[in-house]
Ligand binder design. Sequence first.
Ligand code: TYM
Length: 331
Amino acid sequence: MTQGKSRVFSGIQPSGELHIGNYLGAIKNWVALTETYDCVYCIVDLHAVTIPYEPSELQRRIHDLAIGVLASGLDPERCTLFVQSAVPEHAELQWLLNTVTPLGELSRMTQFKDKSGRVDTINAGLLNYPVLQAADILLYLADRVPVGEDQAQHLELTREIARRWNGRFGEYFPEPQALIGGGKRILGLDGASKMSKSQNNVIPLLADEEELWSVIRTAVTDPARVRRDDPGNPDVCNVFSLHGFFTSDEERAEIDGLCRTAGIGCVDCKKRLAANMAAELAPIQERAAELRAHPERVREILHEGARRARAIASVTLGEVYERMGLERHES
Ligand code: TYM
Protein backbone atom coordinates (compact mmCIF):
# COMPACT_ATOMS: atom_id res chain seq x y z
CA MET A 1 0.00 0.00 0.00
CA THR A 2 1.21 3.51 -0.76
CA GLN A 3 2.47 4.69 2.64
CA GLY A 4 -0.23 6.14 4.87
CA LYS A 5 -3.05 6.07 2.31
CA SER A 6 -6.17 3.95 2.76
CA ARG A 7 -6.94 1.66 -0.09
CA VAL A 8 -9.91 1.88 -2.41
CA PHE A 9 -11.00 -1.05 -4.57
CA SER A 10 -13.74 -1.25 -7.17
CA GLY A 11 -14.72 -3.35 -10.16
CA ILE A 12 -16.79 -3.19 -13.32
CA GLN A 13 -18.03 -5.95 -15.59
CA PRO A 14 -17.18 -6.06 -19.29
CA SER A 15 -20.73 -7.12 -20.07
CA GLY A 16 -21.87 -4.32 -22.36
CA GLU A 17 -20.99 -0.83 -23.42
CA LEU A 18 -20.31 1.73 -20.71
CA HIS A 19 -23.36 3.84 -19.94
CA ILE A 20 -23.94 7.02 -18.03
CA GLY A 21 -25.24 5.00 -15.04
CA ASN A 22 -21.74 3.48 -14.70
CA TYR A 23 -20.18 6.88 -15.26
CA LEU A 24 -22.28 8.84 -12.73
CA GLY A 25 -22.67 5.98 -10.25
CA ALA A 26 -19.08 4.81 -10.17
CA ILE A 27 -16.41 5.93 -12.62
CA LYS A 28 -16.58 9.68 -11.95
CA ASN A 29 -16.02 8.82 -8.30
CA TRP A 30 -13.18 6.39 -9.19
CA VAL A 31 -11.36 9.24 -10.89
CA ALA A 32 -11.90 11.70 -8.01
CA LEU A 33 -10.71 9.20 -5.40
CA THR A 34 -7.29 8.80 -7.04
CA GLU A 35 -6.47 12.25 -5.63
CA THR A 36 -6.61 10.97 -2.06
CA TYR A 37 -6.43 7.19 -1.94
CA ASP A 38 -4.37 4.26 -3.12
CA CYS A 39 -6.85 3.08 -5.76
CA VAL A 40 -7.08 -0.38 -7.32
CA TYR A 41 -9.64 -0.81 -10.12
CA CYS A 42 -10.52 -4.03 -11.83
CA ILE A 43 -12.28 -5.16 -15.00
CA VAL A 44 -14.07 -8.21 -13.64
CA ASP A 45 -14.15 -10.65 -16.55
CA LEU A 46 -14.63 -13.68 -14.28
CA HIS A 47 -17.87 -12.15 -13.03
CA ALA A 48 -19.04 -11.46 -16.59
CA VAL A 49 -18.98 -15.15 -17.56
CA THR A 50 -21.71 -16.01 -15.04
CA ILE A 51 -24.40 -14.86 -17.49
CA PRO A 52 -24.81 -15.90 -21.16
CA TYR A 53 -22.15 -14.20 -23.33
CA GLU A 54 -20.32 -14.57 -26.64
CA PRO A 55 -16.73 -15.86 -26.05
CA SER A 56 -15.43 -14.41 -29.32
CA GLU A 57 -16.46 -10.92 -28.16
CA LEU A 58 -15.14 -10.99 -24.61
CA GLN A 59 -11.60 -9.71 -25.28
CA ARG A 60 -12.93 -6.83 -27.36
CA ARG A 61 -15.37 -5.93 -24.59
CA ILE A 62 -12.56 -5.92 -22.02
CA HIS A 63 -10.41 -3.73 -24.26
CA ASP A 64 -13.29 -1.31 -24.97
CA LEU A 65 -14.12 -1.07 -21.29
CA ALA A 66 -10.50 -0.28 -20.45
CA ILE A 67 -10.61 2.47 -23.08
CA GLY A 68 -13.86 3.81 -21.60
CA VAL A 69 -12.58 4.06 -18.03
CA LEU A 70 -9.23 5.51 -19.06
CA ALA A 71 -10.94 8.03 -21.34
CA SER A 72 -13.20 9.03 -18.43
CA GLY A 73 -10.11 10.49 -16.82
CA LEU A 74 -8.51 7.63 -14.91
CA ASP A 75 -4.76 8.22 -14.87
CA PRO A 76 -2.92 4.87 -14.85
CA GLU A 77 0.05 6.57 -13.18
CA ARG A 78 -2.15 7.40 -10.18
CA CYS A 79 -4.00 4.09 -9.75
CA THR A 80 -3.79 0.40 -10.58
CA LEU A 81 -6.07 -0.79 -13.40
CA PHE A 82 -6.10 -4.45 -14.39
CA VAL A 83 -8.17 -7.40 -15.60
CA GLN A 84 -9.34 -9.80 -12.87
CA SER A 85 -8.35 -13.06 -14.62
CA ALA A 86 -4.75 -11.80 -14.95
CA VAL A 87 -4.48 -12.16 -11.16
CA PRO A 88 -5.40 -15.79 -10.38
CA GLU A 89 -5.38 -15.06 -6.63
CA HIS A 90 -8.96 -13.67 -7.00
CA ALA A 91 -10.39 -17.08 -7.91
CA GLU A 92 -8.20 -18.79 -5.32
CA LEU A 93 -9.29 -16.55 -2.45
CA GLN A 94 -12.89 -16.90 -3.56
CA TRP A 95 -12.69 -20.65 -3.03
CA LEU A 96 -11.38 -20.16 0.48
CA LEU A 97 -14.03 -17.55 1.33
CA ASN A 98 -16.76 -19.92 0.11
CA THR A 99 -15.99 -22.02 3.16
CA VAL A 100 -17.13 -19.26 5.55
CA THR A 101 -20.06 -17.97 3.47
CA PRO A 102 -23.55 -19.08 4.50
CA LEU A 103 -25.55 -20.46 1.57
CA GLY A 104 -28.72 -18.80 2.87
CA GLU A 105 -27.14 -15.33 2.54
CA LEU A 106 -26.19 -16.00 -1.08
CA SER A 107 -29.64 -17.13 -2.09
CA ARG A 108 -31.15 -14.00 -0.50
CA MET A 109 -29.12 -11.58 -2.67
CA THR A 110 -31.44 -9.36 -4.76
CA GLN A 111 -29.16 -9.45 -7.81
CA PHE A 112 -29.03 -13.26 -7.68
CA LYS A 113 -32.82 -13.40 -7.58
CA ASP A 114 -33.12 -10.89 -10.47
CA LYS A 115 -30.55 -12.57 -12.66
CA SER A 116 -31.66 -16.12 -11.97
CA GLY A 117 -35.18 -15.09 -13.01
CA ARG A 118 -33.80 -14.19 -16.44
CA VAL A 119 -31.95 -17.43 -17.32
CA ASP A 120 -33.19 -20.97 -18.10
CA THR A 121 -30.59 -22.71 -15.94
CA ILE A 122 -29.20 -21.14 -12.78
CA ASN A 123 -25.46 -21.89 -12.65
CA ALA A 124 -23.54 -22.03 -9.36
CA GLY A 125 -21.35 -19.12 -10.52
CA LEU A 126 -24.36 -16.84 -10.39
CA LEU A 127 -24.98 -17.84 -6.79
CA ASN A 128 -21.32 -17.53 -5.77
CA TYR A 129 -20.85 -14.25 -7.64
CA PRO A 130 -20.81 -12.12 -4.43
CA VAL A 131 -18.11 -14.36 -2.89
CA LEU A 132 -15.83 -13.57 -5.83
CA GLN A 133 -16.69 -9.89 -5.32
CA ALA A 134 -15.74 -10.20 -1.63
CA ALA A 135 -12.46 -11.87 -2.68
CA ASP A 136 -11.74 -8.98 -5.09
CA ILE A 137 -12.06 -6.46 -2.30
CA LEU A 138 -10.49 -8.40 0.57
CA LEU A 139 -7.48 -9.48 -1.49
CA TYR A 140 -6.34 -5.84 -1.45
CA LEU A 141 -7.36 -5.26 2.20
CA ALA A 142 -9.39 -2.35 0.84
CA ASP A 143 -11.38 -0.29 3.27
CA ARG A 144 -13.44 1.77 0.83
CA VAL A 145 -15.41 0.63 -2.20
CA PRO A 146 -16.97 3.23 -4.55
CA VAL A 147 -20.12 1.75 -6.12
CA GLY A 148 -23.71 2.58 -7.07
CA GLU A 149 -26.53 1.73 -4.70
CA ASP A 150 -27.22 -1.61 -6.45
CA GLN A 151 -23.98 -2.98 -4.97
CA ALA A 152 -24.71 -2.02 -1.35
CA GLN A 153 -26.07 -5.47 -0.49
CA HIS A 154 -22.98 -7.20 -1.93
CA LEU A 155 -20.82 -4.90 0.17
CA GLU A 156 -22.78 -5.79 3.29
CA LEU A 157 -22.16 -9.46 2.52
CA THR A 158 -18.45 -8.75 1.98
CA ARG A 159 -18.32 -7.28 5.49
CA GLU A 160 -20.12 -10.32 6.85
CA ILE A 161 -17.66 -12.67 5.09
CA ALA A 162 -14.71 -10.67 6.48
CA ARG A 163 -16.19 -10.86 9.99
CA ARG A 164 -16.80 -14.59 9.78
CA TRP A 165 -13.32 -15.31 8.40
CA ASN A 166 -11.71 -13.09 11.07
CA GLY A 167 -13.81 -14.81 13.74
CA ARG A 168 -12.60 -18.23 12.63
CA PHE A 169 -8.96 -17.56 11.70
CA GLY A 170 -8.00 -14.37 13.55
CA GLU A 171 -8.41 -10.64 12.89
CA TYR A 172 -6.95 -9.88 9.46
CA PHE A 173 -9.39 -8.45 6.92
CA PRO A 174 -10.71 -4.88 7.33
CA GLU A 175 -14.49 -4.53 6.96
CA PRO A 176 -14.84 -2.42 3.82
CA GLN A 177 -17.30 0.48 3.57
CA ALA A 178 -19.32 1.21 0.44
CA LEU A 179 -18.76 4.74 -0.88
CA ILE A 180 -22.00 5.59 -2.63
CA GLY A 181 -21.71 8.83 -4.59
CA GLY A 182 -24.12 11.42 -5.98
CA GLY A 183 -25.36 9.31 -8.91
CA LYS A 184 -26.24 6.38 -6.71
CA ARG A 185 -29.16 5.05 -8.78
CA ILE A 186 -29.46 6.43 -12.29
CA LEU A 187 -32.73 5.45 -13.91
CA GLY A 188 -32.89 4.25 -17.48
CA LEU A 189 -34.76 5.72 -20.45
CA ASP A 190 -38.01 4.26 -19.10
CA GLY A 191 -37.66 6.54 -16.06
CA ALA A 192 -38.61 3.58 -13.84
CA SER A 193 -35.92 0.89 -13.61
CA LYS A 194 -32.17 1.19 -12.99
CA MET A 195 -30.19 2.09 -16.10
CA SER A 196 -28.70 -1.22 -17.12
CA LYS A 197 -27.62 -2.92 -20.32
CA SER A 198 -29.73 -5.94 -19.39
CA GLN A 199 -32.81 -3.70 -19.28
CA ASN A 200 -31.96 -2.22 -22.70
CA ASN A 201 -32.56 1.28 -21.35
CA VAL A 202 -29.10 2.87 -21.42
CA ILE A 203 -27.60 6.15 -22.59
CA PRO A 204 -24.13 5.13 -23.86
CA LEU A 205 -21.15 7.04 -22.52
CA LEU A 206 -19.19 7.00 -25.76
CA ALA A 207 -21.78 8.60 -28.01
CA ASP A 208 -21.70 11.87 -29.97
CA GLU A 209 -24.46 14.49 -29.79
CA GLU A 210 -26.42 12.93 -32.66
CA GLU A 211 -26.40 9.47 -31.07
CA LEU A 212 -27.19 10.96 -27.66
CA TRP A 213 -30.14 12.78 -29.15
CA SER A 214 -31.46 9.65 -30.90
CA VAL A 215 -31.48 7.85 -27.54
CA ILE A 216 -32.62 10.70 -25.27
CA ARG A 217 -35.54 11.61 -27.55
CA THR A 218 -37.13 8.27 -26.58
CA ALA A 219 -36.81 8.90 -22.81
CA VAL A 220 -39.97 8.84 -20.70
CA THR A 221 -40.80 12.19 -19.04
CA ASP A 222 -43.52 13.21 -16.56
CA PRO A 223 -46.24 10.67 -17.44
CA ALA A 224 -49.01 13.12 -16.47
CA ARG A 225 -47.84 15.58 -19.14
CA VAL A 226 -49.62 14.32 -22.23
CA ARG A 227 -49.86 17.41 -24.47
CA ARG A 228 -47.33 20.15 -25.14
CA ASP A 229 -49.43 22.75 -23.31
CA ASP A 230 -49.98 20.65 -20.18
CA PRO A 231 -47.82 22.00 -17.33
CA GLY A 232 -45.11 19.49 -16.32
CA ASN A 233 -43.71 18.42 -12.97
CA PRO A 234 -39.88 18.33 -13.02
CA ASP A 235 -39.86 16.61 -9.60
CA VAL A 236 -41.12 13.36 -11.15
CA CYS A 237 -39.33 13.66 -14.51
CA ASN A 238 -36.24 11.52 -15.13
CA VAL A 239 -35.04 13.78 -17.95
CA PHE A 240 -35.04 16.69 -15.51
CA SER A 241 -33.18 14.64 -12.92
CA LEU A 242 -30.50 13.89 -15.56
CA HIS A 243 -30.16 17.63 -16.15
CA GLY A 244 -28.95 17.66 -12.52
CA PHE A 245 -25.68 16.06 -13.63
CA PHE A 246 -24.98 17.93 -16.86
CA THR A 247 -26.68 21.33 -16.72
CA SER A 248 -25.71 24.48 -14.80
CA ASP A 249 -27.79 25.46 -11.75
CA GLU A 250 -28.93 28.59 -13.57
CA GLU A 251 -30.16 26.78 -16.66
CA ARG A 252 -31.81 24.10 -14.53
CA ALA A 253 -33.73 26.69 -12.55
CA GLU A 254 -34.87 28.23 -15.84
CA ILE A 255 -36.01 24.85 -17.23
CA ASP A 256 -37.77 24.04 -13.96
CA GLY A 257 -39.81 27.26 -14.15
CA LEU A 258 -40.58 26.88 -17.85
CA CYS A 259 -41.66 23.24 -17.47
CA ARG A 260 -44.12 24.02 -14.68
CA THR A 261 -45.81 26.69 -16.82
CA ALA A 262 -45.69 24.72 -20.09
CA GLY A 263 -43.20 27.31 -21.36
CA ILE A 264 -40.89 24.55 -22.64
CA GLY A 265 -41.94 21.26 -24.21
CA CYS A 266 -40.37 17.87 -23.41
CA VAL A 267 -38.67 17.74 -26.82
CA ASP A 268 -36.79 21.00 -26.23
CA CYS A 269 -35.96 19.98 -22.67
CA LYS A 270 -34.44 16.75 -24.02
CA LYS A 271 -32.57 18.64 -26.76
CA ARG A 272 -30.93 20.81 -24.13
CA LEU A 273 -30.00 17.72 -22.12
CA ALA A 274 -28.43 16.05 -25.18
CA ALA A 275 -26.42 19.20 -25.95
CA ASN A 276 -25.15 19.62 -22.36
CA MET A 277 -24.33 15.96 -22.06
CA ALA A 278 -22.47 16.03 -25.37
CA ALA A 279 -20.41 18.98 -24.12
CA GLU A 280 -19.33 17.11 -20.97
CA LEU A 281 -18.69 13.85 -22.79
CA ALA A 282 -16.81 15.29 -25.80
CA PRO A 283 -13.36 15.23 -24.14
CA ILE A 284 -13.99 11.63 -23.04
CA GLN A 285 -14.75 10.68 -26.62
CA GLU A 286 -11.66 12.42 -27.89
CA ARG A 287 -9.47 10.54 -25.43
CA ALA A 288 -11.24 7.28 -26.33
CA ALA A 289 -10.52 7.82 -30.03
CA GLU A 290 -6.87 8.46 -29.23
CA LEU A 291 -6.62 5.27 -27.15
CA ARG A 292 -8.40 3.25 -29.82
CA ALA A 293 -5.64 4.25 -32.19
CA HIS A 294 -3.04 2.86 -29.76
CA PRO A 295 -4.27 -0.56 -28.58
CA GLU A 296 -0.76 -1.56 -27.50
CA ARG A 297 -0.73 1.35 -25.00
CA VAL A 298 -3.96 0.04 -23.41
CA ARG A 299 -2.55 -3.50 -23.24
CA GLU A 300 0.61 -2.15 -21.60
CA ILE A 301 -1.39 -0.27 -18.95
CA LEU A 302 -3.39 -3.42 -18.10
CA HIS A 303 -0.25 -5.54 -18.05
CA GLU A 304 1.53 -3.18 -15.68
CA GLY A 305 -1.64 -2.92 -13.54
CA ALA A 306 -1.83 -6.72 -13.24
CA ARG A 307 1.82 -6.86 -12.23
CA ARG A 308 1.27 -4.34 -9.43
CA ALA A 309 -2.02 -5.94 -8.34
CA ARG A 310 -0.46 -9.39 -8.21
CA ALA A 311 2.34 -8.18 -5.97
CA ILE A 312 -0.28 -7.16 -3.38
CA ALA A 313 -2.61 -10.13 -3.94
CA SER A 314 0.04 -12.80 -3.52
CA VAL A 315 1.10 -11.41 -0.13
CA THR A 316 -2.52 -11.43 1.11
CA LEU A 317 -3.12 -14.94 -0.17
CA GLY A 318 0.08 -16.14 1.50
CA GLU A 319 -1.17 -14.79 4.84
CA VAL A 320 -4.58 -16.37 4.32
CA TYR A 321 -3.06 -19.78 3.50
CA GLU A 322 -0.90 -19.65 6.57
CA ARG A 323 -3.72 -18.65 8.92
CA MET A 324 -5.95 -21.35 7.44
CA GLY A 325 -3.26 -23.99 7.99
CA LEU A 326 -2.57 -24.46 4.29
CA GLU A 327 0.77 -24.53 2.53
CA ARG A 328 1.38 -22.50 -0.64
CA HIS A 329 3.34 -24.44 -3.23
CA GLU A 330 5.30 -22.28 -5.63
CA SER A 331 4.34 -22.89 -9.26
P1 TYM B 1 -21.44 -3.33 -12.78
O1 TYM B 1 -20.45 -3.75 -13.81
O2 TYM B 1 -22.87 -3.73 -12.98
O3 TYM B 1 -21.44 -1.76 -12.63
C1 TYM B 1 -20.24 -1.02 -12.41
C2 TYM B 1 -20.51 0.13 -11.46
O4 TYM B 1 -21.52 0.98 -11.99
C3 TYM B 1 -22.54 1.16 -11.01
N1 TYM B 1 -23.82 1.30 -11.72
C4 TYM B 1 -24.74 2.24 -11.47
N2 TYM B 1 -24.74 3.25 -10.58
C5 TYM B 1 -25.82 4.05 -10.57
N3 TYM B 1 -26.90 3.90 -11.40
C6 TYM B 1 -26.92 2.89 -12.30
N4 TYM B 1 -27.95 2.76 -13.12
C7 TYM B 1 -25.81 2.00 -12.36
N5 TYM B 1 -25.51 0.92 -13.12
C8 TYM B 1 -24.29 0.50 -12.71
C9 TYM B 1 -22.51 -0.10 -10.16
O5 TYM B 1 -23.08 0.10 -8.89
C10 TYM B 1 -21.03 -0.37 -10.09
O6 TYM B 1 -20.44 0.41 -9.07
N6 TYM B 1 -20.71 -6.61 -9.09
C11 TYM B 1 -20.22 -5.38 -9.68
C12 TYM B 1 -18.77 -5.47 -10.15
C13 TYM B 1 -17.78 -5.87 -9.11
C14 TYM B 1 -17.33 -5.07 -8.02
C15 TYM B 1 -16.35 -5.86 -7.35
C16 TYM B 1 -17.65 -3.79 -7.58
C17 TYM B 1 -17.09 -7.06 -9.03
N7 TYM B 1 -16.25 -7.05 -7.99
C18 TYM B 1 -15.70 -5.37 -6.21
C19 TYM B 1 -16.99 -3.31 -6.43
C20 TYM B 1 -16.02 -4.10 -5.77
C21 TYM B 1 -21.07 -5.05 -10.88
O7 TYM B 1 -21.71 -5.89 -11.46
O8 TYM B 1 -20.96 -3.78 -11.33
